[in-house]
Design a protein. Structure first.
Length: 494
């Protein structure tokens, strides 16, 4: 990609902002003059590609500029102070953050772990790396910049020496793709996984590609005809939505097949239909129209609008018997939900320049739908409360990447917690004051120990006592970073 293409991508920016990006490009081009990548292309092409990804997400001009400059301090004679003088503190800090994150990698010791007794330790190592990755990023844009950098590195991985490819691809699957998922960036996650798949699992990739090829062609042809029938039904009822066929990502398909004995006939979303309408009301109306015309599979309806995923994903999923009895998955969402599903947290910067950072993030999340981006909100609050990244890096209680459960307050409010969470975690998720004065807890109407592990769907009632206060042993079973941070703060203050 050349600069002209990038210039077209940043047309959403104001003229002064476009000039800033142009200045960053010329500066980076001069810094990297004479440098070439292993692919043989000029080094600045990598910077342009990363900036293109940032522009596709419609982030602010300073983040696009930082993408163009992100390797200047690491791979040239330029210093951070030089960059600060030329572009200001904010852009320099973004570049510095990306440079620091480059040092987080899987060591050779853990690359080829196979023995069962080492797998648990490997998982702990990967989890720690993920936590460090987030903890070291006081501005969430740094993480997004690093994802853009890694995406282009994966797209050009063939140019890397063979002995390095496996490590880079393994890191991508273990750290970068899960991070993209947690930020709600579904499109970036899917691309990263599919690019890494053939390098980490080459035999499995080749076998799946061969196995799915014929079925994909057949399914795509069927979906095209079904799409026309659904559009006609929607238009008849006054819904002018868009319908797209969505082919399942290869890596995601492979992971799902492992749960179904490698039987492709059990995968109903190999090619799914995605209906995009104008409002939440139209989402439910469209669902009714579809179920009125094609029978749904019992137990296959998932309402992520009423109950969003922890990363903010919202949509309705249903699986129906289409024409000829073919089983098809259909996703229904509004335009806003679609943007959120594709771009995740980056969608918050669309069409307007924002400052980023933790203070901004807290304000933005507080204005967002109540259940949206719970994980980011938790991270932001904890970083702000602790204010010490070294302490944050070492706190192995942080668990932003674990599987999640939904539990309820007695009044029906939903709280999103990691698996293994306890009433203590729940109390702090409701309110700091409640967490600081936990005197007991009831789960589903019965008294339980404070170390009791909550299950999906539990109704939790915290008994508040004025004279109660956090105990040090709570740290032994508290799972969320928010709870652990608040407990530590209270203990230190005594």
């Amino acid at each position: 990609m050349g600069y002209d293409e990038l210039a077209n991508k940043i047309a959403y920016l104001s003229k002064p902002d476009q000039q800033l990006v142009r200045h960053a490009f010329l500066f980076a081009q001069k810094c990297h003059e004479g440098q070439v990548r292993n692919t043989g292309e000029p080094y600045v092409q990598h910077a342009i590609a990363a900036a293109g990804t940032i522009a596709d997400l419609h982030l602010d001009a300073k983040t696009v500029a930082a993408a163009l400059l992100h390797d200047t301090c690491e791979d040239t004679d330029l210093t951070l102070n030089d960059l600060r003088k030329e572009f200001g503190r904010e852009i320099a800090n973004l570049v510095d953050g990306v440079t620091k994150l480059s040092k987080i990698r899987i060591t050779t010791k853990w690359l080829f772990v196979k023995e069962k007794e080492q797998l648990a330790e490997y998982d702990r190592q990967i989890e720690t790396l993920r936590k460090m990755f987030v903890a070291m990023s006081s501005d969430i844009r740094v993480v997004i910049l690093k994802l853009a950098d890694r995406l282009h590195n994966m797209q050009t991985l063939d140019g890397v020496p063979k002995e390095k490819r496996y490590r880079i691809a393994k890191e991508t699957l273990a750290i970068y793709a899960p991070l993209a998922y947690r930020l709600g960036m579904g499109e970036v996650k899917g691309k990263l996984e599919d690019l890494a798949f053939p390098y980490v699992y080459p035999e499995e990739y080749a076998a799946l590609k061969k196995k799915a090829a014929g079925r994909l062609v057949e399914k795509e042809r069927y979906i095209l005809q079904f799409k026309k029938k659904i559009l006609a039904k929607l238009y008849k009822d006054g819904i002018k939505g868009q319908i797209h066929g969505r082919t399942k990502h290869m890596y995601s398909l492979w992971r799902k097949l492992q749960r179904y004995d490698n039987d492709l006939s059990h995968i109903y979303d190999l090619v799914a239909l995605r209906i995009i309408v104008n409002s939440v009301e139209e989402c439910y109306k469209a669902l009714g129209i579809i179920h009125n015309n094609w029978k749904p599979l019992v137990g296959r309806i998932k309402d992520y609008i009423a109950m969003p995923k922890p990363n903010g994903y919202r949509s309705i999923h249903t699986t129906v018997f289409g024409p000829g009895g073919e089983i098809v998955e259909i996703q229904i969402r509004s335009k806003e939900m679609h943007e959120q599903a594709e771009f995740g947290i980056a969608a918050h910067w669309h069409y307007s320049e924002k400052k980023g950072g933790i203070d901004y993030l807290l304000r933005k999340v507080s204005r967002a739908p109540k259940k949206e981006l719970v994980w980011v909100n938790e991270l932001a609050k904890w970083q702000k409360a602790v204010g010490d990244n070294k302490e944050m890096e070492s706190d192995l209680g942080m668990d932003f990447f674990s599987d999640r459960i939904f539990v309820y307050t007695p009044t029906g409010d939903v709280k999103d917690l990691p698996i293994g969470a306890t009433p203590i975690d729940f109390a702090y998720a409701v309110h700091t004051d409640l967490g600081n004065h936990v005197g007991g807890a009831k789960v589903n109407g019965k008294m339980v120990d404070l170390a009791h592990e909550l299950k999906r769907g539990d109704i939790v009632d915290i008994i508040k006592k004025k004279n109660a206060s956090p105990k040090r042993d709570w740290l032994e079973f508290a799972k969320t970073s928010l709870a652990r941070g608040k407990i530590k703060s209270q203990i230190k203050g005594k």
